[in-house]
Ligand binder design. Structure first.
Ligand SMILES: [Zn+2]
Length: 641
């Protein structure tokens, strides 16, 4: 057993890094047997109790060994590996239980001494899946569905390149459950064991591919082939849900998802996968995430997404977004995110491309495929633009800092979110890429567009997954190859700006303008219904929960100037117990006169009356045509028939 002081382990780790960089064989140095595979068996039969059980057989040589649990999870862009959920860890060799020792500094590393004569380590571990699993904002399993991200159940040799670690995985499913994954079964006879119908064995893959190939399963399952293998890579939707009723994909949606596959192919001109699975979990228990992979996406939304109009509207862009990532994010990846393994830190500076361009293209493809009408697309864009145009934190935090801060931005609650800023590299990235697209179309008089950039930057040769990293300079060069322009200056200005207002140049060049009126925005309305809240950001400057609690108050807004802050609770309006309709009535009644809206507010069990001076009525964002040509309309036109 080894014990380190903080300084000692730091030096050892640095030494290992230097050795790996000099291309010596780390297996030899770290006592791992070369050229053998890790066997990984995962028992998922306890999923309903939110615990997975794993057994690993890891080839080793005698002597000190360090195993690590994946920390930096691709697509999360941050050290989100759910280490607190790793439990039941036992290591054995030659039939004897070994004492392991967690590293005193690196919580993800475990040291153990392998006794003489032993050539493999038997490791058992459990993963608690009720919260904090990578890729899932909630839990990873329920009574009816489960979502397995393999990084939750694996240890691997410290210092290894994840491409070089080979794993032979298998799973035991809950009895009778069906599954979907892009991971290839070992072969028909082996993978589908007739004696053990719930045991599934898979082919040997690299650890990189394993972590990139999640598995979903459920007792309500539907498989839909969107394309057959005859036309190129097969595209499959694997749906699991809490009920059969929730699997009722409409014929219109089926046609739209088929068109999505065709439109993405036309946009990029190549596919960097041999098959593609849309792994889609419909569950209120496990819902609320989307994680991209080369050959699949692991997405989850509310149980009734396919059959409820509001949920359908707000979630229609989910699968297109994650699908675009196969090209933008997985194949072409910012150099700072293309790391060697799951322990090397990531740099998020180019996330306004990784996520921002994906948000732009994903939403455009949602419209081109027919999952949204052009009108629905514009309402979504209006909501995004208005939110960013009222982001108080723009004055201190430039967009590029939201990308660099990806590791910490999910840690804050909703209070003061306008002042803190959130993951704005998604939404503001979308505005910037719309501006780039509209500018290319203007500069080239409609001859070129961002479609040409996508073909050259993300297209190339079709084939199995690979990663081609890029830098800011390479991105700018690729844009200049499509249309000459001072892209570097434009992008740097957008990224470094602390101006009060959002970059709306793309909307304006696109032939539209952002306006406000008292007609509800369809997205704001649907999100308020689903989120049990009322959004009044553009009038009073608040978001209010149905309980009356102020979720956020925008600095500089009428409510803020009156003295109200997040976390306080609305009790009464103009002397009467508050309700949503009373609040809207009060806003309408104060329009055009000088009477303040008096509100009684509770703050940590004390009550106080505040006077809000606001007289401009309800304000909801929409896009309205300007006199300029309708470039946005051109952008939304499908590329295929
Ligand atoms: Zn994304």
């Amino acid at each position: 057993m080894r014990k380190y002081g903080a300084g000692g382990i730091f030096n050892v780790r640095r030494l290992l890094l230097v050795i790996c960089c000099s291309a010596l064989n780390f297996y030899f140095l770290n006592n791992f047997a070369d050229a053998q595979s890790i066997q990984l068996s995962v028992d998922l039969s306890d999923a309903a109790r939110n615990i997975y059980h794993a057994q690993l057989t890891i080839p080793v040589n005698p002597g000190p060994v360090t195993l690590v649990y994946p920390q930096w999870i691709p697509g999360n862009h941050r050290p989100s590996g759910p280490i607190a959920n790793l439990t039941g860890l036992v290591m054995k060799a030659g039939g004897k239980t070994l004492a392991w020792d967690r590293d005193p500094v690196d919580m993800y590393a475990f040291h153990v001494d392998v006794p003489a004569g032993a050539n493999e380590l038997q490791v058992t571990l459990d993963d608690i899946t009720s919260s904090g699993s990578a890729g899932a904002s909630g839990g990873a399993a329920s009574a009816n569905v489960l979502d397995l991200n393999w990084n939750q159940v694996v240890l691997y040799p410290q210092g290894a390149n994840s491409d070089d670690v080979q794993v032979i995985p298998s799973v035991l499913l809950p009895a009778g459950w069906k599954f979907g994954t892009a991971l290839p079964l070992s072969n028909l006879a082996d993978g589908m064991d007739e004696k053990h119908p719930d045991l599934k064995r898979f082919k040997q893959v690299s650890l990189t591919t394993l972590v990139d190939s999640p598995l979903i399963a459920g007792n309500h399952y539907r498989r839909i082939e969107l394309t057959s293998a005859i036309d190129g890579p097969v595209h499959v939707m694997d749906l699991v849900s809490e009920s059969d009723a929730a699997l009722a994909l409409t014929p219109q949606d089926l046609a739209a998802y088929k068109k999505l596959v065709a439109e993405a192919g036309a946009l990029f001109g190549a596919r960097h996968y041999t098959q593609y699975h849309f792994l889609y979990t419909l569950s209120d228990e496990v819902g609320g995430h989307g994680l991209e992979h080369h050959e699949s996406n692991d997405s989850a939304s509310g149980e009734r997404t396919l059959i409820d109009a509001d949920e359908h509207l707000t979630e229609a862009g989910l699968l297109p977004h994650e699908f675009v990532h196969s090209w933008n994010g997985k194949y072409r990846r910012p150099a700072g995110l293309a790391t060697r393994n799951f322990q090397d830190p990531m740099v998020g500076d180019l996330l306004w491309v990784y996520e921002g361009l994906t948000e732009y293209l994903g939403d455009v493809l949602t419209a081109r495929s027919g999952l949204w009408s052009p009108e629905q697309y514009r309402e979504g864009l209006a909501e995004t633009a208005a939110m960013l145009d009222h982001r108080a934190g723009r004055s201190w935090r430039p967009l590029e800092d939201t990308a660099r801060s990806v590791q910490i931005l999910r840690l804050g609650g909703p209070g003061w979110s306008s002042w803190r800023r959130g993951l704005d590299y998604y939404s503001e990235g979308e505005l910037i890429w719309l501006e780039v697209d509209a500018t290319i179309r203007q500069q080239t008089k409609g001859k070129k567009s961002l479609n040409d950039f996508c073909r050259s930057f993300h297209g190339g040769q079709s084939g199995p997954p690979k990663v081609v990293p890029y830098t800011f300079e390479e991105l700018v060069k690729a844009l200049n190859d499509v249309a000459r322009y001072d892209w570097a200056t434009l992008l740097q200005e957008r990224l470094g700006s602390t101006a009060a207002h959002a970059p709306l140049g793309g909307i304006e060049r696109g032939g539209w303008k952002l306006v406000y009126d008292d007609k509800p925005n369809i997205f704001v309305h649907a999100e308020d219904e689903l989120g049990k809240r009322i959004s009044l950001q553009y009038s009073l400057g608040v978001v209010l929960k149905d309980s009356g609690e102020f979720q956020d108050v925008i600095p500089g807004s009428p409510a803020y100037l009156a003295g109200i802050g997040p976390g306080m609770k609305l009790v009464a309006i103009n002397g009467r117990q508050w309700s949503k309709s009373l609040l809207r009535d009060a806003i309408r009644a104060a329009k055009g006169n000088d009477q303040p809206i008096d509100v009684l507010v509770e703050n940590a069990k004390f009550f106080k009356t505040y006077s809000i001076s606001y007289h401009e009525g309800e304000k909801n964002p929409h896009l309205e045509r300007s006199d300029a040509p309708d470039i946005l309309g051109e952008i939304l036109k499908p590329l295929t028939k």
